[in-house]
Ligand binder design. Structure first.
Ligand SMILES: *Cc1c(COP(=O)(O)O)cnc(C)c1O
Length: 409
């Protein structure tokens, strides 16, 4: 049963307000009423009324009391909410972080002797997983140019069981031709795993675009307030059971308090994303006209790399993008970031507050060029901005004064 008003016939704002608010999770038994939000059920032990009830228990079904590791109503409400927001999903698993979600999915899909193809712009911890955990399990990873479906096809072999895609990619924001890549994968029986942290289901319905499994770091847009670590994986019916078994074997569980924070974040995610997208676009446009800037890497901006594919395949954006200085040095970039007054310096993104971090993809990439084609070799000092909910005019004024510090370095 879905929350009232969370149906696919409703607009995103309505679905975000109602997702997961099933009366089963918000109403106390034998009372006349309930509450708006699913209460926080803190529990390791779930109690049965009798031995007969214990014998009838359904430990392998979602939404039934059994033991804390299988969750309780707060976590079930969150998982259901995420499933309702993801067109095509049969169910959603929750993980203690986005990285745990990526590891949990890869361990469910791959086995010793398999080859995993990974996009060359993948989130850095996904790459290091390939060199460590996956390698130790006998799984080989190969990388391919995110912008070249032919390179992907050429990298496939009979041992290729899965591909990990991420678009727009971490740091460089490359947009992949997802329908083309998914079609190539499908022809070869390769499972498509998509890291959809950037757009989320409002901006990119990943399963509808050809993914078999879609992963999100809920620490970003869903949390939205820089105080939550969590991840999720949603899948169609043929993968959901396997993911669930593996998550349970790995002992993955999230706390009910964190699940309640994630549910709270969902309610305002739509308005936050709209505002952050509009502000990011205004700032990207302003930066693109500055003499200090070589390239703005913001797929939402017309003329920016990936804009055409983004316009074709995405239904929304967010506040995260990068730009690259014209020349300069690492020290000059540090000076720019230090001079910013309204941007925090820190990892993660998607919170209400703006952040800036340096971007250096060259030493990470192995299968594609950086700087991008058409960029001068000396244009390689990038900055990633996560635009929050501050007034964009104040953010632009702050960037403008910090560009003065860059120019003087
Ligand atoms: C942050 C991030 C993750 C990892 O999420 P955590 O919750 O920090 O573990 C995965 N993928 C992308 C694209 C991210 O930005």
């Amino acid at each position: 049963m879905a929350g009232k008003g969370s149906g696919k016939d409703k607009q995103p704002g309505t679905r975000l307000v109602n997702a997961g608010r099933d009366p089963r999770w918000t109403t106390a038994p034998d009372t006349l009423g309930g509450v708006v939000n699913p209460p926080i059920w803190r529990a390791s032990t779930h109690l049965y009324e009798s031995m007969a009830a214990l014998r009838k228990g359904r430990p392998n079904e979602d939404g039934h009391f059994y033991y804390g590791r299988r969750g309780a109503p707060t976590q079930w409400a969150l998982a259901e909410a995420l499933t309702e927001l993801e067109p095509g999903a049969a169910g959603t698993l929750l993980y203690p972080s986005g990285v745990a979600a990526i590891a949990g999915v890869l361990l469910a899909v791959l086995r010793s002797g398999d080859v995993l193809l990974m996009t060359d712009n993948a989130y850095e911890p996904s790459r290091s997983m390939a060199h460590g955990l996956l390698k130790d399990c006998g799984i080989e990873t190969r990388w391919f140019d995110p912008l070249d479906p032919a390179a992907f096809a050429a990298a496939c072999c009979e041992r290729t069981r899965a591909v990990l895609l991420e678009s727009p990619g971490s740091l460089t924001m490359d947009v992949q031709d997802m329908p083309a890549l998914a079609a190539l994968a499908r022809e070869r029986n390769i499972t498509v795993i998509f890291d959809n942290t950037w757009a989320g289901p409002l901006g990119f319905p990943a399963l509808e675009r050809g993914a078999d499994i879609t992963i999100m770091s809920l620490s970003k847009h869903i949390g939205g307030h820089a105080d939550l670590m969590m991840g999720s994986a949603s899948a169609e019916v043929q993968w959901y059971g396997k993911l669930r078994r593996t998550a349970q074997q790995l002992g993955h569980v999230v706390s009910p308090d964190d699940a309640a924070l994630a549910l709270r974040g969902i309610r305002t995610m739509g308005v936050r994303l709209e505002r952050e997208t509009a502000s990011a676009l205004a700032i990207a446009e302003w930066l693109a006209a500055r003499p200090e800037v070589s390239r703005v890497l913001c797929p939402m901006l017309p003329g920016s790399p990936g804009h055409e594919l983004w316009s074709r395949d995405f239904t929304g954006g967010c506040g995260l993008f990068s730009f690259v200085f014209k020349g300069g040095s690492s020290d000059a970039r540090d000076g720019f970031i230090d001079a910013l007054a309204l941007f925090g310096i820190g990892f993660s993104w998607g919170g209400f507050e703006s952040l800036a971090t340096p971007v250096d993809p060259a030493p990470i990439r192995t299968a594609s060029a950086w700087p991008l084609a058409g960029m001068a070799a000396e244009d390689r000092f990038g900055v990633r901005l996560s635009i929050g909910l501050e007034d964009p005019a104040d953010l632009i004024a702050d960037i403008e004064q910090a560009l003065g510090a860059w120019g003087k370095a």
